[in-house]
Design a protein around this ligand. Structure first.
Ligand code: NAD
Length: 340
């Protein structure tokens, strides 16, 4: 029986990379049925303040899984990001980003023979992303940062469960509790409270600036790291750089009722409509979604085809050996399909 999921192709390069990924799924006869939903910048412009129609919202809530392309954040004060709104509306409190070295994707670490396999769990709802800001005077802007014990507990518990499921031995908490003693202090205190329930995992903590320094010098020291929202956002983009850039960074926004799978990167307006974008990050997100849905055999076949394709030196214009001609988005997908 086929599982039905909601799909939003997104803006900019979104439709190009989503079509490529769905074509790969189809070639592998992935047992999924898609309901395409109306969500993105054009729906925002048409007057839907959340960036989606009521019908789209109802479909996503009914199906529980949204596979989405990147969406443009409308410019202007008082306008909220469609992506941030979606995460909040559905309380997808844990943002999981898996970063691993891929053969064929050269980085400073691959050249040094260092292999990276690292998961960042970022709290996805609280912190400065509440957008509670105001001007105190013309020259003074004030923002509020909110960290709660229940909000911290749900993402930290997810991180421990994820680490156990993946067979990791350790989970670190990144923080700045030495300076933000109450907010980051509460997150850290909650981390060690919950760690008591997972004696099989080695729990440790590290100040976020030290973490950044260690990640760029010895990324192999870490297996999984949980952080608050803003720090997690920055650290996860840093980790994308370690494995070759945003084109290789998948993302899953996990909630109790609804989960959203998407690439970390945005709509890439500079290359949109040219069929040259790299669909790898969205494909990796799709592979995580297949695993999440229990479609592990399809996930493994598609992942192996992707890894083999990359290993053979096939690449889009944003990475790889410049002396080998690059493929466009559709050709890159064709190569993966041929290797399934
Ligand atoms: P971006 O990620 O879209 O682009 C940054 C750079 O990376 C650009 O040079 C782009 O060409 C390149 N790039 C990104 N993805 C690529 C891919 N798959 N293949 C090849 N090159 C790729 O970041 P931005 O320019 O800061 O943001 C553009 C828009 O996307 C903004 O409106 C932003 O709000 C939105 N955005 C959406 C999401 C999301 O939907 N989750 C995430 C980030 C940004």
């Amino acid at each position: 029986m086929k599982t039905k999921i909601a799909v939003a192709k997104g803006d900019g390069i979104g439709p190009e990379i989503m079509d490529a990924v769905l074509r790969i799924f189809e070639a592998n006869e992935v047992p999924l049925e898609y309901e395409f939903v109306e969500m993105g910048k054009s729906y925002f412009d048409a007057g839907h303040s959340t960036g989606m129609t009521e019908a789209a919202k109802a479909t996503i809530e009914n199906l529980g899984i949204l596979f989405k392309g990147p969406m443009e954040t409308p410019k202007g004060k008082g306008v909220k990001s469609i992506n941030v709104t979606a995460r909040k509306v559905w309380n997808t409190y844990a943002n999981q980003r898996d970063f691993r070295s891929l053969n064929g994707v050269q980085t400073v670490f691959s050249k040094a023979g260092v292999s990276i396999n690292l998961t960042i769990i970022r709290e996805n709802i609280e912190d400065t992303y509440g957008g509670i800001e105001h001007m105190m005077t013309n020259d003074v802007a004030v923002g509020r940062r909110i960290i709660t014990r229940p909000g911290s507990a749900q993402v930290i518990r997810y991180a421990f469960e994820m680490a156990r499921r993946k067979g990791y031995k350790k989970l670190a908490c990144g923080h700045k509790a030495n300076i933000m003693k109450l907010t980051d202090g509460l997150f850290l205190e909650t981390f060690y409270e919950i760690a008591k329930e997972y004696p099989d995992l080695q729990a440790s903590d590290i100040i976020v600036d030290d973490l950044c320094m260690k990640l760029v010098s010895h990324p192999e020291m870490f297996q999984s790291i949980v952080l608050t929202n803003l720090q997690g956002d920055i650290v996860s983009d840093l980790c994308a750089g370690l494995v070759g850039g945003l084109g290789f960074a998948p993302s899953a926004n996990i909630g109790d009722n609804i989960s959203i799978f998407e690439a970390v990167h945005g709509t890439a307006p500079d290359i949109a409509g040219r069929n040259i974008a790299n669909p790898t990050a969205l494909l990796l997100s799709g592979i995580s979604m297949l695993r999440y849905l229990g479609l592990t055999a399809n996930a493994a076949t598609i992942e192996n085809a992707l890894l083999y394709t990359l290993e053979k030196g096939v690449h889009t214009g944003d990475f790889g050996d410049r002396s080998v001609p690059s493929k466009n988005t559709s050709e890159f997908a064709d190569c993966i399909i041929a290797n399934l």
